[in-house]
Design a protein around this ligand. Structure first.
Ligand code: ZN
Length: 128
């Protein structure tokens, strides 16, 4: 994906899917859906980047190749609040109190799971 494709990315709509995933419709009409675990795994804050992501049970288990079906999310995969940061980003407060990550529109667009840069453990997940 070319940088220019998302460097001016702005959302036209920000909301939730029925499954509880974050859904963004961009001004160029591209639609992105982000599972919360995926967003948490890609938390851009210094402490998460320094440890290659939060040491959550879900992340560890999902690396084994077997899809994990959980009826309830661990607290670190729940979102308590989402607040705007200026007009360029949003900040999640997770169920475990972690709120260090600021997700800029540009970051979110670059993380979009549907534009070809999808991580293997998501790409191989079966349809629910
Ligand atoms: Zn973090």
């Amino acid at each position: 994906m070319e940088l220019s494709e998302y460097e001016r990315a702005e959302p036209a709509h920000l909301g939730w899917t029925d499954a509880g995933d974050v859904r963004i419709v961009w001004k160029d009409a591209h639609e992105s859906v982000y599972p919360l675990a995926y967003l948490r795994e890609n938390c851009p804050c210094a402490s998460c980047r320094g440890t290659h992501g939060p040491p959550t049970t879900l992340v560890r288990q999902s690396r084994g190749g077997l899809p994990i079906v959980q009826k309830t999310r661990p607290p670190s995969m729940e979102v308590k609040t989402v607040v705007p940061v200026g007009n360029y980003a949003i900040r999640f407060t997770w169920g475990d109190g972690h709120d260090g990550g600021i997700y800029s529109w540009r970051l979110l667009r670059s993380l979009c799971p549907t534009t070809g840069s999808r991580p293997d453990h998501l790409a191989t997940a079966p349809e629910a």
